[in-house]
Design a protein around this ligand. Structure first.
Ligand SMILES: Nc1nc2c(c(=O)[nH]1)N(C=O)[C@@H](CNc1ccc(C(=O)N[C@@H](CCC(=O)O)C(=O)O)cc1)CN2
Ligand SMILES: Nc1ncnc2c1ncn2[C@@H]1O[C@H](COP(=O)(O)OP(=O)(O)OP(=O)(O)O)[C@@H](O)[C@H]1O
Length: 194
């Protein structure tokens, strides 16, 4: 039995062994599934992430969202507060390198938006389990963010190799509404607060 830390290390190791060609092929399938999904089609305001370290590359979907006129939101990581702020980007030129080397909205160029406006959040992860729980890098950023915004639809995206039976979720760990991988689209029912 692996604990959370061991599982995180294991899943990062598994991901690091996937070839670039395989990851690209999988990412393209994931993007097509996201942009074809009713939750995406209905949403006018979608929060993406800027992929790092071999995470599923959602840039094709982000670009589709920009060109189809959706409001595209990206997180800005506030390391001191361990929190995420949301900014709208108009194009990839609005980005600058932020905490952990992740590209994020340049606050001097972008408008901060009230998070309640975000209808759909595309959520990255180190791993997900078949019940919709997520394992991240261990900062608790998305858990804190999503727990404050129960109204947004949460769509985890991952390679099939990142999906396991059990990520040892704790009470604070957030659950997805959808999990999209090249082979699967899983839906989870959650008790909607409010
Ligand atoms: N692409 C992407 N953007 C994202 C996240 C993510 O998981 N992926 N986040 C999701 O939360 C937030 C940033 N959170 C992060 C938290 C920790 C680390 C990280 O590299 N942690 C180190 C430990 C370093 C430390 O403890 O200071 C590590 O894993 O080695 C990266 C991002 C917001 N933006
Ligand atoms: N809603 C919350 N409120 C307060 N603290 C939280 C909340 N969610 C998580 N935390 C704290 O954050 C820390 C990291 O949590 P966890 O290991 O679940 O992160 P993670 O989901 O892997 O990381 P990330 O979301 O940054 O990718 C834990 O110590 C936890 O207590």
């Amino acid at each position: 039995m692996k604990n959370k830390k061991e599982l995180r290390r294991h899943l990062l190791e598994v991901r690091s062994r996937l070839s670039s060609a395989y990851k690209k092929e999988c990412s393209d399938i994931i993007c097509r599934k996201v942009t074809g999904h009713p939750a995406y089609k209905q949403a006018k305001t979608v929060m993406f992430y800027m992929p790092v370290r071999g995470e599923a590359d959602v840039l094709p979907a982000l670009k589709e969202a920009l060109s189809s006129g959706k409001r595209v939101i990206l997180p800005k990581t506030e390391k001191e507060k361990k929190s995420i702020r949301c900014f709208r980007i108009r194009g990839l030129k609005d980005l600058t390198e932020g905490a952990y080397g992740i590209l994020e909205p340049d606050a001097s160029l972008c408008q901060e938006i009230v998070v309640q406006k975000v209808e759909l959040v595309i959520v990255p992860g180190v791993g997900f389990d078949v019940s919709g729980f997520r394992l991240g890098y261990g900062g608790g950023y998305y858990d804190r963010f999503l727990s404050r915004h129960p109204g947004a639809v949460r769509m985890g995206v991952a390679y099939d190799e990142q999906i396991v039976n059990d990520v040892k979720a704790e009470p604070h760990d957030c659950r997805m509404d959808w999990l999209v991988s090249p082979r699967k689209i899983l839906e989870f029912t959650r008790l909607k607060i409010k």
